[in-house]
Design a protein around this ligand. Structure first.
Ligand SMILES: Cc1cc2nc3c(=O)[nH]c(=O)nc-3n(C[C@H](O)[C@H](O)[C@H](O)COP(=O)(O)OP(=O)(O)OC[C@H]3O[C@@H](n4cnc5c(N)ncnc54)[C@H](O)[C@@H]3O)c2cc1C
Length: 455
C-alpha cells in the first residue's frame, strides 16, 4: 500500500532529542545549556523513561568498584542533589553496606541512589525548563526524511496528527535506537550470535512493609548472603517453589527500600525472549508481568517477614526493557574494555558498575565485577551511515555483555550529557558531530562536572 500526505514543518531547532529517559533528559539539558535551541520529544507524559514510567530504581552505583570515588557526576549528580533537597532521594554517598536500599547485596550496590519516581520527574521538569528545552509529551517518532546520509526532518505523531521537525543535529535516546534504525543505521538485537536479549521485567511498588521485621532475618543471615549475587530471601523462594507457590523464572526477591517509610520497589517479575521492538510481544509481556505481580504479592504475604500486610501501590505503566537494539557505531565497546579498565583517548565518561547479566533462562544473574572503572569512547555514540546523528543511553555501540554494565542509569545520563554537549558544539561550529574537536568536548564536559579518567 502506498499512502501520501502533506505534513507541516512545525518546528525548526538546532538539536532534536528523541526519547526523554535518563539519557534523553541529560542530552537535552546539556545541549540547551551549551547554547543549542533544543526540542525533546517523548512518547509518554513524563520524563525519566525507566526511572519513572518503568518505576525502576535505585540508580545503580555511580562509584568505582572499590566504592572510593564517585565516577559519575555532572548532570547526574545535580539531579540526585536536587531530588534529595526536595525530599525525594538519598544521595549515593550515604548508601554503604548491605541494607534495604540495595536489596542486601554489595557488589556494585553500594553508592546507589534511592529515589521517589514522582519527585524525580518533577525535578527533571524543572531542570529542562530552566535550561530552556522545549518538551513535547505524547509525541512519538514515526519516521525520518533524509538527504543522503543527513537527517533533515523527524516525522512525528502528535495529537494534532503527523508533523515534521527540522533539526541540524539529532540525538537518539529511545533506548531501542528507533531513530537510528529509521535513518539507515545498521543495528543488531541482543546477543550478536543468538539474537536473544536480556529478559524484561515489570517493576511494581508496595506499601505497608514492616521494615524491622523484613530486615531482621536478612541481618541475621548477612554472613550467608552472597555479597555479589544478590540472593535476598532466595531460601524463601526455594521453599515456595517446593510448595508449588512459585512458578516464576527468578530465584530471589529484589526489593529496594525508598525514603518513604514502608514503601519499596520490587524487581522480581521476569519475561524472557521478549523483543522490545515488537508491539505484539511487548503487549503480551505487559499482561504477563501484571499476572506475575499478583503472584509475587501472594508469595510476599505468605512467606516474607514484614510483608504479611503488604499493599500494592502501583505497577509500572511501561515494560522494563533491559536490552533491545545496539547501533553499529564507530567503535564497539567490548567486555574486555569494561573489565580491564580501558582508558580511551576519546573517553567522554567513566563508569564502574559490574557486568550484570540476567539469563534469559533459569532465573539467574551472572555478576562480574570490573577493575575499579572503565571509560566509554565518544566513537561509541557515533553511528555508521548517518552524519548528523548521535546516540546515547543503552543502545550505544557496545557488545551485549558490555551493555550489561553501561545500560544502567548513571552511565546513560553520562553518555546523554556527552551527546548533548557534542551536538551543541557541532551546531555552533557548523560541522558534523564526528568532526568536532574531541579535546574541546572533553574539556567542556569536565568544566561542567563530568568525571573523565585519564591514564
Ligand atoms: C527491569 C530493569 C531493572 C533495572 N534496574 C536498574 C537499576 O536498579 N538501576 C539502574 O540504574 N538501572 C537499572 N536498569 C537499567 C535502566 O533502567 C535502563 O537501561 C535505562 O533507563 C536506559 O536509559 P535510556 O535513557 O537509554 O532509555 P529509557 O529509560 O528506556 O528511556 C527511553 C525513553 O524514550 C522514549 N521513547 C522510546 N521510543 C520512542 C519513540 N519512538 N518516540 C518518542 N519517545 C520514545 C521512551 O518512552 C522512554 O521515555 C534496569 C532496567 C530494567 C529493565
Amino acid at each position: 500500500m502506498r499512502y501520501t500526505c502533506e505534513i507541516s514543518e512545525r518546528y525548526q531547532v538546532d538539536v532534536l532529542v528523541v526519547g526523554g529517559g535518563p539519557a534523553g533528559f541529560s542530552a537535552a539539558v546539556a545541549a540547551a545549556r551549551n547554547g543549542a535551541k533544543t526540542l525533546l520529544i517523548e512518547q509518554n507524559s513524563v520524563l525519566g523513561g525507566m526511572a519513572t514510567s518503568g518505576l525502576v530504581g535505585p540508580f545503580m552505583t555511580c562509584y568505582d568498584n572499590d566504592v572510593t570515588e564517585q565516577v559519575v557526576k555532572g548532570i547526574f549528580d545535580e539531579l540526585c542533589l536536587r531530588t534529595e533537597a526536595r525530599g525525594g532521594a538519598i544521595h549515593p554517598s550515604k548508601i554503604r553496606g548491605m541494607c534495604g536500599y540495595n536489596s542486601y547485596f554489595l557488589g556494585s550496590h553500594e553508592g546507589v541512589t534511592p529515589y521517589q519516581s514522582e519527585i524525580l520527574a518533577t525535578v527533571m521538569d524543572e531542570m529542562v525548563t530552566e535550561a530552556g528545552v522545549q518538551v513535547l509529551f505524547g509525541t512519538r517518532l514515526a519516521d525520518v526524511r533524509m538527504d543522503g546520509e543527513r537527517i533533515t526532518h523527524a516525522i512525528v505523531l502528535m495529537k494534532e496528527g503527523l508533523a515534521a521537525i527540522r533539526a541540524k543535529c539529532f540525538i537518539d535516546c529511545t533506548g531501542d535506537a528507533d531513530l537510528a534504525v529509521r535513518s539507515g543505521v545498521p543495528t543488531w538485537t541482543g546477543d550478536r550470535k543468538t539474537g536473544v536479549s536480556q529478559p524484561a521485567s515489570l517493576f511494581f511498588e508496595v506499601g505497608n512493609v514492616d521494615r524491622e521485621a523484613y530486615c531482621a532475618e536478612l541481618e541475621q543471615r548477612k554472613d550467608q548472603l552472597d555479597n555479589h549475587m544478590g540472593n535476598c530471601y532466595s531460601w524463601k523462594v526455594r521453599e515456595a517453589k517446593a510448595n508449588g507457590d512459585w512458578d516464576l523464572d527468578k530465584n530471589e526477591l529484589g526489593m529496594y527500600e525508598q525514603n518513604i517509610p514502608g514503601r519499596w520497589k520490587v524487581n522480581t517479575t521476569r519475561m524472557s525472549y521478549v523483543d522490545a521492538t515488537n508491539t505484539e510481544q511487548v503487549s503480551r509481556a505487559m499482561m504477563e508481568g501484571r499476572r506475575q505481580v499478583q503472584e509475587v504479592l501472594c508469595f510476599m504475604r505468605k512467606y516474607i517477614p514484614g510483608c504479611e500486610n503488604v499493599q500494592l501501590i502501583q505497577v509500572a505503566p511501561s515494560l522494563g526493557v533491559r536490552e533491545s537494539r545496539h547501533i553499529v557505531g564507530k567503535y564497539e565497546l567490548t567486555t574486555d574494555d569494561v573489565l580491564h579498565r580501558k582508558i580511551f583517548e576519546d573517553a567522554i565518561c567513566t563508569f564502574g558498575y559490574a557486568l550484570d547479566r540476567h539469563d534469559s533462562q533459569g532465573g539467574g544473574v551472572t555478576w562480574t565485577l570490573v577493575d575499579r572503572y572503565y571509560t566509554i569512547p565518544y566513537r561509541s555514540l557515533l553511528p555508521e551511515n548517518c552524519s548528523n546523528l548521535l546516540v546515547a543511553g543503552r543502545c550505544i555501540c557496545g557488545s551485549s555483555e558490555a551493555a550489561a554494565s553501561y545500560r544502567v542509569m548513571p552511565a546513560c545520563m553520562a553518555t546523554g550529557q556527552a551527546a548533548g554537549t557534542a551536538a551543541a558544539i557541532a551546531v555552533k561550529q557548523n560541522v558534523k558531530p564526528e568532526e568536532i574537536s574531541v579535546d574541546l568536548l572533553r574539556k567542556t564536559l569536565v568544566e561542567q562536572g563530568a568525571v573523565i579518567k585519564e591514564h
